[in-house]
Write a protein that binds this ligand. Structure first.
Ligand code: 5RP
Length: 227
């Protein structure tokens, strides 16, 4: 089975979390795009969606899914999104697609965060994937200098501007021993909009697609799903 099939399996498993009549939080990326396809089949049974990016909004609207502004809704029961790296204690690196700030906002507004991915993204320790940091453009060099103390090499994501008009620094070569501490510290640097560590509000459940199907991981441990 290919990586794409593994992503699709994870997206299918996430459908089990969707209830009729609800507004669903929807993330960004190639794995989520499979989820959006499946959600389109349910569009008359769900109320609509809150989107984490212009890209996902465009895709959902093309499928006729109603997209709400976050300010219009009282709460989001379930948020489904992908990730770039995941650990078994439900910490994530996100932002490979550059949508990390809106993703963090929608995750924070949601009761349950269901993270979908292919199982090659599961790691023992975060940091092999370059850590994305959304930055106010005028502060990017200053932020990059301050980040060097963490042992990584900051690289500007060339030619990329986020939905919020900001730049992204990708920090290569980090070894993230304490994700919660690093998330809190980097968030304090003036000019940082969002760091792509999701530990303060990690996922509630991971659905990882692989050769043998989908493994559901929560804080009680992994469980193979039959779907
Ligand atoms: C976008 C993200 C994505 O969820 C992450 O990059 C995973 O994307 P993909 O499913 O394409 O591998 O955080 O900002």
């Amino acid at each position: 089975m290919s990586l794409e099939v593994h992503k699709k399996l994870a997206a299918e498993a996430a459908m089990e979390y969707i209830q009729a009549g609800e507004i669903i939080g929807v993330g960004t990326g190639s794995t989520v795009n499979y989820f959006i396809e499946l959600l389109a089949d349910l569009k008359n049974r769900i109320d609509g969606a809150v989107s984490s990016s212009a890209e996902s909004t465009k895709r959902m609207q093309a499928h006729g899914i109603k997209v709400y502004d976050l300010n219009e809704v009282n709460g989001i029961p379930v948020y489904v999104d992908g990730a770039d790296e995941l650990t078994s204690n439900l910490h994530l690196i996100k932002g490979g697609g550059g949508a990390l700030t809106r993703e963090k906002i929608v995750a924070a507004a949601s009761e349950k965060f269901v993270c979908i991915a292919d199982d090659s993204k599961i790691v023992n320790r975060l940091g092999k994937f370059p850590l994305p940091i959304e930055t106010i453009p005028m502060a990017r060099s200053m932020v990059a200098r301050k980040l060097v103390k963490y042992g990584g090499q900051p690289m500007l994501r060339e030619g990329f501007i986020t939905d919020n008009g900001c730049t992204i620094l990708d920090i290569q070569g980090l070894d993230i021993v304490d994700p919660l501490k690093m998330e809190r510290e980097i968030n304090q640097i003036p000019g940082v909009v969002t760091v792509g560590i999701f530990a303060e509000r990690g996922a509630d459940v991971l659905l990882a697609g692989g050769e043998n199907g989908v493994t559901q991981i929560n804080l009680s441990g992994p469980e193979m799903l039959t779907i």
